[in-house]
Design a protein around this ligand. Structure first.
Ligand code: NAP
Length: 295
C-alpha cells in the first residue's frame, strides 16, 4: 500500500442527497481508497430537491463519479446521458460515472442486497418484502436474480405494493400484494423477510418495528436495510426467535464497493468489506467484538 495523500492528480467522488450530514459513505469510500491505493477522495454534498441540475452541471466537470441518495434516486434519471441496464429496469440510480464528460447511471443497491444474502449461504424461496419504494425495487431485482420463487409485498399504501408485485411478476416471480396489517401472518410463511421501509430508523421511529414479530422463526433470514441504529428492534426480535439476521450496513458497504469497482476497477474483496465496515462502525461508535458480521 502506497502513501495515501492528496495530489493534483487526485480524483473526486462524492454523494449527493438530502440530508447527507450523517452519511457513512465518505468513511467507507475513503477507507477503500486508502487500502486499495486509489488516488481519490470522497465527499458529501447537501443537495436540496430544486438544486439537482445545477449540481450535476458542476459534477460533470469536476468529479469522476458520485452516488445519489434520497430524494434524488429517481429524479436524477432524466438528467443523465445514459443508463446501464439494471438501473433502467429498476428505475432508480444510486451511482453515476462521468465517462468522457457523459453522466452514466448505474444501480449498485441490488448488488448490495445480493451480496448480503449470498454471504449467508441463504437461498430465498418464499419472501416477505416490507415496503414498495426504490430500495424495495432493488430488492425485488436482486431476489429475482437469486432465484426466489414467491414474493409477498406488504406496504403501508397497498396500491403501491400492488404495482411492485406486478413488476415482480414481470421478472418471473410469483408475486402478490397484501395489506400492511397482515405482515405477521406472511412472516410466518416466509423463509426470508426484507425490510425496505425506514420503520425502526432514527429518521423515522426508533424503537419501532414493522408488525412482523409474531411470525418470525428460526431457519429464516431477516434482512433490515435500516442501519441507524444498526441493531434495530426488528433484528433484535428476529434474533430472539432464532432467525438469521443481516443489518443495513452490510448492504451499504457492498453497494459502495460495487460503485468503486465501476469507477476505479477496485475488486470488492471480503477484506475490503470488513475494513470498510469496521471504519463505518467506528464512525457510528459501535464495535463488533466477535470479528464482524459476514458481509
Ligand atoms: P422510499 O422510496 O421513500 O420508500 C419508502 C417505503 O417505506 C415506502 O414503501 C413507504 O410506504 C414505506 N414507509 C415509509 N414510512 C413508513 C412508516 N412509517 N410505516 C410503514 N411504511 C413506511 O425510500 P427507499 O429509498 O426505498 O428507502 C427505504 C429505506 O431503506 C430507508 O430507510 C433507507 O435509508 C433504506 N435504504 C438502505 C440502504 C442500505 O444500503 N442499507 C439502501 C437504500 C435504502 P408508502 O408507499 O406507503 O409511502
Amino acid at each position: 500500500m502506497g502513501r495515501w495523500t492528496c495530489r493534483p492528480s487526485t480524483r473526486l467522488y462524492g454523494l449527493i442527497g438530502s440530508p447527507v450530514s450523517g452519511s457513512l459513505s465518505p468513511v467507507i469510500h475513503c477507507t477503500v481508497y486508502r487500502l486499495a491505493g486509489v488516488d481519490a477522495v470522497y465527499l458529501a454534498w447537501e443537495v436540496p430537491r430544486g438544486a439537482l441540475s445545477g449540481y450535476l452541471a458542476g459534477l460533470r466537470l469536476l468529479a469522476r463519479g458520485f452516488n445519489v441518495t434520497i430524494p434524488h434516486k429517481e429524479a436524477v434519471i432524466p438528467l443523465l446521458d445514459a443508463l446501464e441496464g439494471a438501473a433502467e429496469e429498476i428505475g432508480a440510480v444510486n451511482t453515476v460515472a462521468v465517462e468522457q464528460g457523459r453522466l452514466v447511471g448505474y444501480n449498485t443497491d441490488y448488488l448490495g442486497v445480493e451480496r448480503c444474502i449470498e454471504a449467508k449461504g441463504h437461498r430465498p424461496r418464499r419472501v416477505l418484502l416490507l415496503g414498495a419504494g426504490g430500495a424495495a425495487r432493488a430488492a425485488v431485482y436482486a431476489l429475482a436474480r437469486l432465484g426466489a420463487g414467491e414474493l409477498v409485498v406488504a406496504n403501508r399504501t397497498t396500491s403501491r405494493g400492488e404495482e411492485l408485485a406486478k413488476w415482480a411478476a414481470s421478472l418471473g416471480l410469483e408475486a402478490r400484494a397484501v395489506p400492511w396489517s397482515e405482515a405477521a401472518k406472511w412472516a410466518a410463511w416466509a423463509d426470508t423477510v426484507v425490510n425496505a421501509t425506514p420503520v425502526g430508523s432514527y429518521a423515522c421511529c426508533p424503537g419501532e418495528a414493522p408488525p412482523v414479530a409474531a411470525g418470525l422463526h428460526s431457519g429464516q433470514l431477516v434482512f433490515d436495510m435500516v442501519y441507524r441504529p444498526l441493531r434495530t428492534r426488528l433484528l433484535a426480535e428476529a434474533e430472539k426467535r432464532g432467525a438469521e439476521t443481516v443489518d443495513g450496513l452490510c448492504m451499504l458497504v457492498w453497494q459502495a464497493l460495487e460503485a468503486d469497482r465501476i469507477w476505479e476497477n477496485v475488486e470488492p474483496t471480503p477484506q475490503l468489506y470488513q475494513a470498510a465496515r469496521d471504519a463505518a462502525l467506528a464512525e457510528l461508535g459501535e464495535a463488533e467484538p466477535t470479528g464482524g458480521e459476514q458481509g
